[in-house]
Design a protein around this ligand. Structure first.
Ligand code: ATP
Length: 235
């Protein structure tokens, strides 16, 4: 469904990606882990059209999306839950969710999609008319995921959804990703929480200083030297 091939991205003189290639097959949950500054967020930014690679290709369903706007990429079925949630704290939960559905020209499924998103995160129903800023960090993360789901993505991409959350809340967020995969949504998960991501993902990429250090399954990963690096950030 998604391929990125030989991506090179720089911010001025800072090189963030040095030839990164990844692929995500339909129905897979792929995890990308690695220490701070490895280039994980930059990889996502390149995929969603927020930074332009100096070199390399990105395709969705075998068609190039290089140079397309972030909105056009969402319309192709790829939706991002950004790091830090980026929800509108002054708006209500309901209004935040409506914004997620804004790219949908066809409103036929809008109500059913909303019901499904609220069924996945019932707490959002309880606070439906409350200001989103009143929600806890974990609830805001759930709102950010629910909002992304209302664009009806086939590919959901998440940038560090566990950041700043208590372990029990992280469990709930990861459980919801497991359920979304079971419902047929393809997922690309960028995480610093290596242990949980390795458990959940069908395949894992380990990024380090802008390069792919490892790609494979949990079993292959446990046998590799990338294991300790990714878990403990050892250099
Ligand atoms: P983290 O988990 O800390 O966000 P990361 O693996 O997501 O790390 P990136 O945020 O992609 O890594 O950063 C990769 C490299 O690019 C780092 O050296 C970082 O300092 C640099 N970088 C990222 N964003 C910018 C920017 N807007 N301007 C300049 N340098 C940047």
């Amino acid at each position: 469904m998604l391929t990125a091939t030989d991506l090179h991205v720089s911010y001025g003189s800072i090189v963030a990606l040095r030839g990164v290639s990844i692929e995500v097959q339909q129905g897979e949950l792929v995890g990308v882990i690695g220490p701070n500054g490895a280039g994980k967020s930059t990889l996502l930014k390149a995929i969603v059209g927020a930074v332009r690679p100096k070199q390399g290709g990105i395709t969705i369903d075998a068609k190039s999306i290089l140079g397309k706007s972030p909105e056009a990429i969402v319309r192709l079925g790829a939706s991002l839950v950004p790091e830090g949630r980026h929800i509108f704290t002054k708006l209500t939960v309901a209004e935040n969710l409506q914004l997620g559905a804004i790219v949908q020209r066809d409103r036929t499924h809008a109500e059913a999609d909303l019901e499904q998103a609220l069924a996945l995160f019932p707490v959002l129903k309880d606070y439906y008319r409350s200001q989103a800023g009143k929600l806890s960090g974990g609830e805001q993360q759930m709102l950010a995921i629910a909002r992304a789901l209302l664009s009806r993505p086939r590919l959901l991409m998440l940038d560090e959804p566990s950041l700043g959350l208590a372990p029990l809340v992280v469990d709930r967020v990861f459980d919801s990703l497991d359920r979304l995969r079971a419902a047929g949504i393809t997922i690309l998960l960028i995480e610093q929480n290596a242990a949980r991501t390795i458990e959940l993902a069908d395949r894992i990429y380990v990024l380090r200083t802008g390069r792919v250090e490892f790609v494979g399954t949990e079993e292959e990963f446990a046998d590799s030297s990338a294991y300790e690096h990714a878990l403990f950030g050892i250099t």
